[in-house]
Design a protein around this ligand. Structure first.
Ligand code: HEC
Ligand SMILES: [Cu+2]
Length: 412
């Protein structure tokens, strides 16, 4: 039985004891991946694995043979010999040769991994506690990517939701990083707070995001698909809740996506806001960068009614979208039912601020206060208006009033 089949047998036995879902996901080796680099990395990994296996067989073989052949019952009087220069030279030269033989292909791959020349586009990735921001430098697109609402709900203590019923539990986000296949994409990687690491095994891309530094890496994906990864640097309480999801699409689909995010975004956002998934639309709208003044003028001239911050939203829209924003961004501290976790996190249900003056409410959400995170930089006007409206009317907080995106814009 070869080592490989033996490993398969043992892992098979272990998997047999698990549920069928775990069985389907059972894979002991690292993935081959979908880029030239990931295939090279996998090849190196296998090469070095087999070198280690061969060394192990030789070393343990010599050891077990000696233990057996020279045991005390056979040789009551042990041999008595000392230094052998020849043996010492041999056992220095052989490992040295092996190391060099392994370093040559490894260095080649490392150099290719570092070679960010000739890239077709650049995405800046910023790590936050606990989410990622993606900025498309060539397209004026920027958005945040956070744990999707379903996983976020199920992960809570006492949520009553079985994580096994959540698709891609802790490996799904609200906004994926969309990339075209066949294009060399450069990543600029940094962090806004502590050290994170951006890691997608299928792309063989993994690097630390360090505050104050910009790291560079690249990928070129061959096959359309969805590739999942995680933050790979212990970065605090919610380290396990900031997955990375890359969606590789054809160039045409990518172009359409870009068009949707930039040019057509306003109309699309307005249309989608009334469609079935309002929060998605508003999250997508969040992806809109602060438009350059020139672009804004053009947009305003061409379609003045579609300017996002000025668009009035109905109370129903605000409430529906606000609930999703609330569950994603606020419920970790203030809890799903607004009851908070006093004394650290105040209840919003019945809170004087959430039922009092709108300006004070807008101010604390925009600018934060003590342990309350400022959301002015994370959420856009629509999202903020929605979540504040939601807080003012949910859980029996029936102020009956609404906050419009224009008010947020004015308060910024
Ligand atoms: C990291 C935890 C945390 C998150 C996430 C968070 N908050 Fe808070 N929030 C706080 C804390 C702490 C306070 C109390 C601040 C103080 O008064 O010192 C607070 C206070 C508030 C208050 C004032 C309540 C009162 O009666 O004093 C409002 C309104 C509020 N938060 C809204 C939000 C909204 C909207 C979100 C999501 C967009 C959110 N919070 C997310 C921690 C959080
Ligand atoms: Cu992290």
């Amino acid at each position: 039985m070869s080592v490989k089949t033996m490993l398969k047998f043992v892992s098979g036995l272990m998997a047999w004891g698990m549920s069928s879902a775990a069985l389907a996901a059972w894979e002991v080796n690292m993935p081959v991946g979908v880029t030239e680099i990931s295939r090279e990395v996998h090849g190196l990994h296998m090469l070095i694995f087999w070198v280690c296996v061969a060394i192990g067989v030789v070393v343990f073989g010599a050891m077990f043979y000696s233990v057996f052949a020279h045991r005390k019952s056979r040789h009551p009087k042990p041999a008595d010999f000392h230094e052998s220069t020849l043996v010492e030279i041999i056992w220095t030269i052989i490992p040295f040769g092996i190391l060099i033989a392994m370093a040559i292909p490894a260095a080649g791959t490392l150099i290719r991994m570092e070679d960010t020349r000739g890239t077709d586009m650049t995405v800046k990735i910023t790590g936050y506690q606990w989410k990622w921001q993606y900025e498309y430098m060539d397209h004026d697109i920027s958005y945040f990517s956070t744990l999707d609402a379903k996983s976020n709900e199920a992960r809570r203590l006492g949520s009553g939701i079985d994580p096994a019923t959540v698709d891609n539990y802790l490996l799904e986000v609200d906004n994926r990083l969309v990339l075209p296949v066949g294009k060399k994409v450069r990543f600029l990687l940094t962090s806004n707070d502590v050290i994170h690491a951006w890691w997608v095994p299928d792309l063989a891309v993994k690097k630390d995001a360090v505050p104050g530094y910009i790291n560079e890496m690249w990928t070129q994906i061959d096959e359309p698909g969805i590739y999942r990864g995680q933050c790979a640097e212990l970065c605090g309480r919610d380290h396990g809740f900031m997955p990375v999801v890359v969606e590789a699409v054809s160039q045409e689909d990518f172009d359409a996506w870009v068009a949707g995010k930039t040019g057509g975004a306003q109309e699309a956002a307005a249309e989608e806001a009334v469609a079935e998934e309002p929060a998605e639309a508003s999250v997508e709208a969040a992806a809109e960068p602060e438009e350059a003044p020139a672009a804004e003028q053009v947009a305003a001239a061409e379609a003045p009614a579609a300017e996002p911050a000025a668009a009035e939203m109905s109370k129903d829209e605000l409430m529906a979208s606000g609930e999703k924003v609330y569950q994603t961004y606020c419920s970790a501290c203030h809890q799903a039912g607004g009851e908070g976790l006093p004394p650290a996190f105040p209840a919003l249900k019945g809170s004087a601020i959430a039922t009092g003056d709108q300006a004070a409410h807008i101010d604390i959400v925009l600018n934060g206060k003590n342990a309350m995170t400022p959301f002015g930089g994370t959420l856009n006007d629509e999202q903020l208006a929605a979540v504040i409206t939601y807080e003012r009317n949910a859980w029996g907080n029936d102020t009956g009033d609404v906050v419009q995106p224009a008010q947020i814009k004015a308060a910024r």
